[in-house]
Design a protein around this ligand. Structure first.
Ligand SMILES: Cc1ncc(COP(=O)(O)O)c(C=O)c1O
Length: 454
């Protein structure tokens, strides 16, 4: 497998090694990217941990004078650990980071620098993010390591991808094949995205995407009729999938369609895309199942080294790398009860949209209590809540919408007042990616990088 950071690409059909420039020649958009930036991270703090960084930052901020906007810390060490974990179980599957999960440009750059990473882009802007990251790092891009993994593409974005030589995409309908034929002169390779039974996943995707085995074979026939090159199969077991039986059926179904393609198309399939859906918490067991099924159904191809298997990893790579810190902007004690409402400067319309869109359960961690730094502090102090009569809190975002409720009922390790800080760990997946500026609150957040694995 070639690395995303290598400047050359082996053309599958010709076998020639060619490089592809970052600025598309003859593209309708001749000036794509701004001036290249220095490849150093803007915000990088050496020799720190999340806890130390937060301590040093929070003691400098005074809520009476400073804005105290929400901010992120990203631990590069955690990216390395997650990639190591992936390799320990599924070394033969190349990660393609699903940019949608967290498109932070510096995070994308880190992934390019650290790992043998490809990218799953679902739109023109995500493609631009990946190209720009390579440009900033002074690297040519190997477009073989990009997949435009959206089965339904706007025509102008399809043409844009094609003009950049991003010529691998997923499809799940005959209509999309006709679109590709018409608007790329057939110059786009495809993976057929099959449906999976992902009904038990936190975020099922097959409700919207994928074709069943029978329809997939009709799509194959259409591709062959129009001369569109099929390189293989893609599936996704649902984001946050729980039932590993989904994997077993998906791999089996993929082989069924794979065989049909190989029987009818002159070029043999050579890419299997097993999608995303893994998380740090749910990895080892499903990875073993996936490994097992792939050996069972694609063992020959693996043995003969004529298959590339990729995985569109989103939350597995990004979730645990980020911690979010938010400020308490108001507190209201309920009269005649031990309940307290805590209002934060981030919520469901901001980074914590993950509660609504991604069905995440978040756990607020008190970082400061009455101005004292208490993150991960087990020591009793006057404001700690480690007795049985813990106060009940509800936690709210800053907007004027009653929907903006982060936690309807929770406990906190320590009491908080206006100006204190609350943290959310594992905040890197589907958070800032979909934050809005509803009610005039910002959706641009500072992110500082540290590395706990040097
Ligand atoms: C096509 C596709 N690939 C990859 C992903 C990433 O999934 P996850 O973050 O669960 O790994 C998604 C998520 O929606 C997706 O739709």
């Amino acid at each position: 497998m070639t690395s995303a950071s290598q400047s050359s690409v082996i053309n599958k059909t010709s076998g020639f090694i060619s490089t592809y420039p970052l600025t598309p020649i003859g593209s309708t958009e001749s000036i794509l990217f701004e001036e290249s930036q220095n490849n150093k991270l803007k915000n990088y703090v050496e020799n720190s941990t999340v806890k130390n960084f937060l301590y040093n930052k929070l003691i400098q901020l005074n809520p009476e004078y400073d804005e105290c906007s929400p901010f992120y810390i990203c631990d590069i060490g955690e990216i390395k650990r997650q990639l190591k974990l992936w390799k320990s179980e599924l070394n033969f599957i190349q990660p393609y980071y699903a940019v949608k999960c967290n498109p932070n440009p510096d995070f994308v750059k880190m992934l390019i620098q650290i790992g043998n990473i490809g990218f799953d882009c679902a739109s023109q802007n995500e493609i631009k993010t990946v190209f720009k990251a390579h440009q900033d790092l002074g690297l040519n891009i190997n477009t073989e390591n990009l997949i435009y993994a959206n089965p339904i593409k706007p025509i102008y974005q399809l043409k844009f991808a094609n003009s950049l030589n991003v010529n691998l995409t997923t499809i799940d309908s005959i209509e999309e094949i006709e679109k590709i034929y018409k608007f790329t002169d057939g110059n786009m390779n495809v993976l057929i995205r099959i449906t999976t039974d992902d009904s038990s996943a936190t975020c099922p995707l097959s409700i919207k995407f994928g074709s069943d085995v029978k329809y997939s074979k009709k799509i194959v026939d259409k591709c062959i009729e129009l001369g569109i090159n099929i390189r293989g199969i893609a599936f996704h077991c649902g984001s946050g999938f729980k039932d590993s039986k989904t994997i077993i059926k998906a791999v089996k179904d993929s082989r069924d369609v794979w065989n049909y393609i190989n029987k009818n198309q002159f070029n043999k399939c050579d890419i299997l895309d097993v999608g995303g859906g893994f998380s740090k918490e749910n990895f080892i067991y499903p990875a073993k199942i996936l490994n097992n099924e792939i050996q069972k159904f694609y063992g020959n191809e693996l043995l003969n080294n004529n298959i590339k298997i990729i995985s569109e990893l989103g939350r597995f790579l990004s979730a645990s790398c980020f911690t979010l810190a938010v400020n308490v902007i108001g507190v209201r004690k309920e009269i005649d009860s031990n309940k307290t409402r805590v209002y934060l400067n981030d919520g469901l319309y901001g980074n914590l949209n993950c509660i609504l869109f991604d069905h995440q359960e978040v756990e607020p961690k008190v970082l400061t209590s009455y101005g004292k730094y208490v993150y991960n502090d087990n020591i009793n102090n006057s404001n700690s809540n480690n007795n049985n009569e813990m106060n009940q809190y509800s936690i709210w975002g800053p907007t004027c919408d009653g929907l903006d409720c982060i936690k309807a009922k929770t406990t906190l390790s320590h009491d908080v007042k206006t100006g204190d800080w609350i943290g959310f760990e594992n905040a890197g997946a589907y958070t800032n990616a979909a934050a809005t500026n509803f009610n005039g609150f910002t959706n641009e957040f500072e992110c500082t990088f540290i590395d706990t694995d040097i």
